[in-house]
Ligand binder design. Sequence first.
Ligand SMILES: [Zn+2]
Length: 99
Amino acid sequence: MKKWINNLRLKANGQKYTCRRATYFIEKRHEKALNINDLTELYMHLIICPFCRLYRIQSAMIHKMLRKIIRTESANTVAMNGDVKVQLQQIIDEKNRNI
Ligand SMILES: [Zn+2]
């Protein structure tokens, strides 16, 4: 248990755990559940990294829109609604101001 905690600390303070790994797990999590170690490592990184927190929000929005498009797919007319574009841009601008 102590070894596991030390390993987690090492990964969480940035020596082994990178933003690349975090974004991989953020994307993987949309496809299937992460094991407890990966999930814990991801959240430890998210605590210290505002960029990955923003990436997680944007990724969730993109996946949500994709699921909606796929569900309501109509032949060859896959396009984003104009109101959704404006709302999405406002959210992105606001998040960028807060970094
Ligand atoms: Zn990061």
